[in-house]
Design a binder for this molecule. Structure first.
Ligand SMILES: C[S@@+](CC[C@H](N)C(=O)[O-])C[C@H]1O[C@@H](n2cnc3c(N)ncnc32)[C@H](O)[C@@H]1O
Length: 253
């Protein structure tokens, strides 16, 4: 197959740029050359359901490149709206404090939320996950981006903070994962998907954390409102660009 034909295929340009270590312009200028045989192996792997992000061990999030590897959730664009909201809230709150704001990114996975917060605010960031594999990737990403984050392996979190941010597992157990290579533990949150979300909120109350921002699923607004109504708090759901509910911001006290 010639480069010019591969360029018409899905992911063709990206795969060739990576394999040949050349840019798009070079590919167009040399589009009569044959593609290397590895090109077909990679396309077949992707067609069999293996995520392209794991093949090249990279993923883009919030305009930045991150390291990723099999067994750790691939960050999704949907989460960028949570990051945006968190950065805005943290910068507002931090302005009012003399000392640094303390932020926890619970369920950090590859660390993308914690790292973007560390890059765009002057908060002191702690990131937690129960998976050692995720923390390994997150630590590597923090190093790549030159930010100081305290990583902790634990069940949810175990300390006080000014603001808690999380993209926890919130998928209903009956759903099928998008592929078999990302871990179950990153997706499933019980029958209605909200088991871990509820735990996070209860724990935040215990540690007197006043501000929480959580990513949630499209259909969880009603059940989560019912749960939140038992606490003395204000809350506001926020939507993605398509108008679907993607998260909730909660204020206690
Ligand atoms: C949906 S992923 C989010 C990853 C990352 N924050 C992102 O947005 O791409 C959820 C993460 O929660 C972690 N996790 C699941 N249960 C946990 C628990 N009880 N305590 C801490 N982390 C947990 C998983 O290992 C996974 O990395």
């Amino acid at each position: 197959m010639k480069i010019k034909d591969a360029l018409k295929e899905q992911n063709g340009s990206y795969i060739l740029e990576k394999l040949l270590n050349k840019d798009k312009a070079w590919l167009f200028l040399n589009d009569n050359l044959e593609v290397p045989k590895e090109y077909f192996e990679i396309q077949n792997k992707i067609k069999s359901g293996y995520p392209i992000e794991y093949i090249f061990e990279e993923v883009w999030f919030y305009g930045d490149k991150f390291y990723i590897k099999e067994g750790v959730l691939i960050p999704r664009d949907d989460t960028e709206i949570v990051v945006e909201r968190a950065i805005k809230l943290i910068n507002e709150k931090c302005k009012m404090k003399n000392e640094k704001c303390k932020v926890i990114d619970c369920c950090t996975g590859s660390g993308v939320i914690a790292i973007e917060i560390a890059k765009h605010t002057n908060a002191k960031v702690t990131a937690t996950d129960i998976s050692e594999k995720a923390l390994e990737v997150a630590r590597k990403n923090a190093k790549l981006h030159g930010v100081g984050i305290e990583f902790k392996k634990c069940d949810l979190f175990r300390e006080k903070a000014d603001i808690l941010v999380a993209n926890p597992p919130y998928v209903e157990n009956f759903w099928q994962k998008p592929n078999e290579y990302e871990p179950d533990i990153a997706f499933f949150g019980g029958e209605d998907g909200l088991d871990i979300v509820r735990e996070i909120i209860k724990k935040a109350v215990k540690f007197e954390i006043k501000n929480i921002i959580l990513e949630i699923g499209y259909s969880q607004k009603k059940s989560l409102s019912e749960f939140l109504n038992q606490f003395e708090c204000k809350y506001e759901f926020f939507n993605d660009l398509g108008g679907r509910v993607r998260g909730v911001e909660i204020l206690f006290g």
